[in-house]
Structure formats: C-alpha cells, structure tokens
Design a protein around this ligand. Structure first.
Ligand code: SF4
Length: 447
C-alpha cells in the first residue's frame, strides 16, 4: 500500500538568519538599510501617505532577494510591494497629505481614509452582495459560490499574505474595516454547505493567502472535508503567492514538511491538487529558493498552475510574458490565466486597455511552445463571469471587439461569442457597448 511520505524532503540546508521572516510595513520600512540609502525623504513620505489607504506589507526575502535596489522605481517587484504616489489620484493624495501636514486627530484621519476607500470600489464584481450564498436564510460570510462547480473558502487564519501586492483586488481584506472582510473559521458551516450542494466538484481555498496558515490549522479544514468522502468532489486548489513571497514555507519553516505531507495526503486520497500560483514577472522565477520550493511542491504530485493580471508598470510588455511563459514551462508550471486588473483600488495606475492587453497576449504566445499556450487571456473576472477577449475583428467595414465567456454566473452564457463596439481605451466590460445598437449584452438582461 502507498504510504504517505515520512521523508525529510530535500534540501536540508540551514536557514540563514537573514531569512527568518520579518515583515516591513508603513510603521517600520524606514528601518531598512536599502530604503535609507536608496530613497529620498520625499519618496519615503509618498510611501507613508499612500499606505494610509492601500495596504503595505513586504518582507525580508522580497527586499533582500527580489528587489533591484539599484533602480527601485523601475523595478517591477519594488512597485509590486511599495505603494507609489501615482497609485492614488492627485485629489486623494492631496487630501491625505494635507491631513497629515495638519496633524489632524485620528478620528478625522480615519474618516478621510474611509471615504477614499469607499471611492475606490472596494468590492468589485458584487463579491459580497452576489457571491455570498445563503443557508437556512443566513448569509454565509467567508464562502463564495459563484460558479456551480466551485466553492471558494476564505479561511479566517489565511486572510493575510507574506507581502501585499499593490494591485491586489482583495485589498479591503487587509484593512481594518471589518465590514469589508470575507472570512470564516466555521468549518461546520462549510461542511454542511458542501453536503447540501452535490454539484460542487472543486474547492478553492483563497484569501489572502491560505498557505500562510500553519499546517495544523489548514489540516483541520482539509481533514473535515476529506472525512466527508464526497463522491462528487474532484479537486482541491490553493490560491497562493507564497512560492514567490516566502518560499521557505515549503523549505525550512518548522512545519514545511508537514505541509508537503498534507499535499501528498490529498493526492493519495484520489483528489487532484492544484496550487494556483501568482507570478507577475519572470524575475520572481529567477531565484534559487523559489525554484527549490517549486521542486519540493512538485515532488508531492501537486500541479502548479500560474496566473497573473497584466499590469501597467509591472508586466505590460510582450517580452516579459514571452519569457515568463517559457521559464514557467521549463519549470513544469502550467500557465493558466492572464487576467485584466479589476476595477478597484489603484486600478488607474495599473490599467492596461483591453486592446493593448490582447496585442501583448497575441505577440507573447507567438513564440512559445504549445505547452505554454495553456494560458487564457486577457480575461476579466467580472460580476457576470470570466469574460475572455478574443480580439479585434471587422464586420462589414466596422471594427468590433469579440468576446466569449469562459465561465458564467449562468452556465448557458458560456462559450457564446459576442460583439462589442471597438474602443481602444476600454479596460473593462462596463466601458464598452454592444456592437450593433443593442441596449445591453445578453448577460445584462434581467440583471
Ligand atoms: S498575494 Fe494574492 S491575495 Fe495577497 S496581496 Fe498579492 S494578489 Fe492579493
């Protein structure tokens, strides 16, 4: 009989002091030697101001291993973690700067921050209103059931990350306002919901980052679900950026081996296990610790699929995607999605128009192997479903944008191509109109 491994997975190298996890945030980032030596006072102040609204957290691995401090403001990983002045509108930036200059009381400052947050569309895609299911008349905060086959679980202990991405659409999860949080530690409720919904085949643990949880905590959730022996259940997925932001979670953290054994256990029980890994730039793959972590995860039998939004200032270039796809395939990672950034937070800063994103996608996959072309994009994960932009075409001398839906709130919407007016600067589905004079797209009727 196959036994769950009791081996100590390679490598048994000694962790350097420098890699004991240390978080940096708006309260202590000035302690970093690199910040003191490489940033001006004005740049430091900008970070302080913007981080009043956009969550800011990085760590010693990202700072010491991934960021290029010779040129931080051109470096994608620096921009990925350190809030930039231009991420807020001039109006919002000035409001905050003036409040801080005037040294207003906390109450007034918090009021200004809350107002700005509310103006940044903190819950795009109707995440709370539309996706939170009900059971026995009660809203089940902390799970989402938008597509019939997939249940999303937001475990309470996993609603943070080893570092925060400045573009993250989950940013309201990381700020103090409890009304903007989705989380649960009520595994009994999750179990009952699963038992009542045999249409669910896939469970996605998400966050935040569920792999920030101690293995014992994660195991409690997994074991309760495994114990159900649900005949309909096929797969477990973990949405995570831990491979990039803290590879030691799979290498030398005190419960790293237990985590890998938990992966093996899930697979041994016959389930498909997929790590949905966020990689935003090929630079994140070019690190020995990250590569070792990838290999250890793969040695359990888990598959690693990769996804990223296409982001201005970070990866909005054909060459970056081409290299990233090639290097991911070399590492036996499976490219999955190129998303468009959601209409929330620092969206204007990161926005890439649909047409430009499509051109980058198209050019990037021209020169990669079929194994890398598993990536689908550019995709909008919208309130209606996952909308894929197929590209620009021409019908009777009229330029049109062509879309289809990969997944829909209503499964009948899937794979029905539809046409929109060509609009060079549109970046989201609500910025475009149907192509032939209709009032609405078919999926907007009766909404
Ligand atoms: S790791 Fe994922 S959830 Fe966490 S901040 Fe980045 S994109 Fe958001």
């Amino acid at each position: 009989m196959y036994e769950i491994s009791t081996k100590n997975y390679f490598p048994a190298f000694k962790i350097k002091d420098q890699f004991r996890y240390k978080a940096y945030h708006s309260g202590n980032f000035k302690d970093l030697r690199q910040v003191r030596e490489r940033l001006t006072e004005a740049q430091i102040r900008d970070i302080k101001i913007v981080s009043q609204v956009l969550p800011f957290r990085t760590n010693n691995f990202v700072v010491n291993e991934l960021i290029d401090w010779d040129n931080p403001f051109e470096d994608p990983i620096f921009i990925l973690n350190f809030p930039q002045k231009e991420m807020l509108s001039e109006h919002h930036y000035n409001l905050l700067a003036s409040a801080l200059n005037r040294k207003v009381q906390d109450k007034e400052l918090n009021h200004i921050i809350r107002k700005i947050v509310s103006e940044l569309n903190p819950h795009p895609g109707g995440q709370i209103d539309k996706n939170t299911p009900e059971m026995e008349g009660i809203k089940l905060n902390g799970i989402q059931h938008k597509y019939k086959e997939t249940l999303l679980i937001f475990p309470k202990q996993g609603q943070t990350c080893h570092a925060y991405c400045t573009f993250c659409f989950r940013w309201p999860q990381f700020i103090a306002d409890g009304s903007l949080k989705m989380e649960t530690d009520n595994i009994n409720m999750v179990v009952r919901y699963l038992m009542n919904h045999p249409e669910i085949t896939d469970i996605l643990f998400t966050g935040g980052d569920p792999l920030i949880m101690r293995t014992k905590v994660l195991e409690n959730y997994i074991n309760r679900i495994l114990d159900l022996n649900l005949p309909n259940l096929i797969s477990f997925r973990f949405g995570t950026k831990t491979l990039t932001y803290w590879p030691f979670r799979f290498l030398t953290d005190s419960d790293a081996d237990e985590l890998l054994r938990l992966f093996e256990k899930i697979i041994h029980r016959g389930y498909h296990l997929s790590i949905m890994a966020h990689f935003n730039h090929y630079k994140e793959l070019r690190n020995n610790y990250v590569v070792k972590a990838i290999k250890r995860v793969q040695s359990t039998g888990a598959l690693i699929r990769t996804q990223s939004p296409i982001l201005n200032h970070i990866n909005a270039e054909k060459d970056i995607w081409e290299i990233m796809l090639k290097e991911q395939t070399e590492l036996k990672l499976i490219p999955y999605y190129m998303f468009l950034p959601r209409d929330t937070g620092a969206r204007e800063y990161f926005k890439v128009p649909l047409v430009k994103a499509w051109m980058i996608y198209r050019e990037a996959i021209k020169n990669v192997s079929g194994l890398s072309r598993t990536i689908r994009g550019p995709v909008m994960s919208s309130h209606f479903g996952k909308i894929l932009f197929l590209g620009v075409s021409e019908i009777y001398d009229k330029l049109v944008s062509v879309f289809t839906m990969i997944q829909g709130r209503n499964e009948d919407w899937v794979n029905k191509p539809f046409f929109a007016e060509y609009c060079e600067n549109a970046g989201w589905i609500d910025e475009i109109k149907p192509a032939f004079g209709e009032d609405k797209f078919f999926f907007q009727l009766n909404q």
